[in-house]
Design a protein around this ligand. Structure first.
Ligand SMILES: CC(C)(COP(=O)(O)OP(=O)(O)OC[C@H]1O[C@@H](n2cnc3c(N)ncnc32)[C@H](O)[C@@H]1OP(=O)(O)O)[C@@H](O)C(=O)NCCC(=O)NCCS
Length: 158
């Protein structure tokens, strides 16, 4: 596995991973047109890349296998895991063929390191309590700080 910073050219793969995150339980809630039309979900990729966006692509055999990226949002326009204007919110997805091989753990650990280097105070995210990703987040030090709808908001101090 090779980890590298995300670039502007990764947009198509990030879109794929955003759809994996939106459809995390296997139900096809969103296709590309629906995610683009959903004001809140699309905030994670709208105008990609913004100046403060950062993230990690995990490649296996030279091909993107997973991605995690973080974006600053505002109190006025934010996603599901927003906690503050200076706390980037994370999106994470791994292609089905590459799951259960440590891709998400490696990529997210690197994202946390990047965020710390950039002097952000915290990272945040939103996750359904039934999503197995929740266990990964807990093991990497994220703690639940609230509930929005049916999902938990989790925060990692840096
Ligand atoms: C969740 C997801 C990112 C995990 O990616 P992955 O590369 O398979 O995860 P890893 O192999 O690094 O596993 C890390 C930990 O996550 C947990 N985990 C991941 N998938 C799991 C599963 N299917 N069942 C149980 N635990 C699981 C485990 O705690 C695992 O640690 P362990 O291997 O020490 O048991 C991937 O399944 C995915 O893309 N799902 C759809 C998108 C999504 O849900 N994104 C997160 C939205 S909040």
């Amino acid at each position: 596995m090779h980890l590298r910073p995300v670039t502007a050219a990764d947009f198509p793969f990030l879109l794929e991973m955003l759809l994996e995150a939106c459809n995390w339980d296997g139900t096809p809630w969103y296709d590309e047109a629906q995610v683009r039309a959903d004001d809140r979900a699309w905030l994670y990729l709208a105008d990609w890349p913004r100046a403060t966006d950062f993230g990690v692509i995990a490649e296996v055999d030279g091909v993107p296998a997973g991605a995690t990226w973080a974006r600053l949002l505002t109190g006025e326009r934010h996603g599901y895991g927003y906690v503050a204007d200076d706390v980037p919110e994370i999106t994470l997805g791994v292609s089905p063929a590459h799951r259960r091989q440590g891709v998400a753990r490696a990529a997210l650990s690197e994202l946390i390191a990047q965020a710390r280097l950039a002097s952000y105070p915290r990272l945040s995210l939103s996750v359904d309590p039934d999503n197995p990703a929740r266990r990964l987040y807990e093991s990497l030090g994220f703690v639940k700080v609230g509930v929005v709808g049916t999902s938990d908001t989790m925060v990692r101090d840096l």
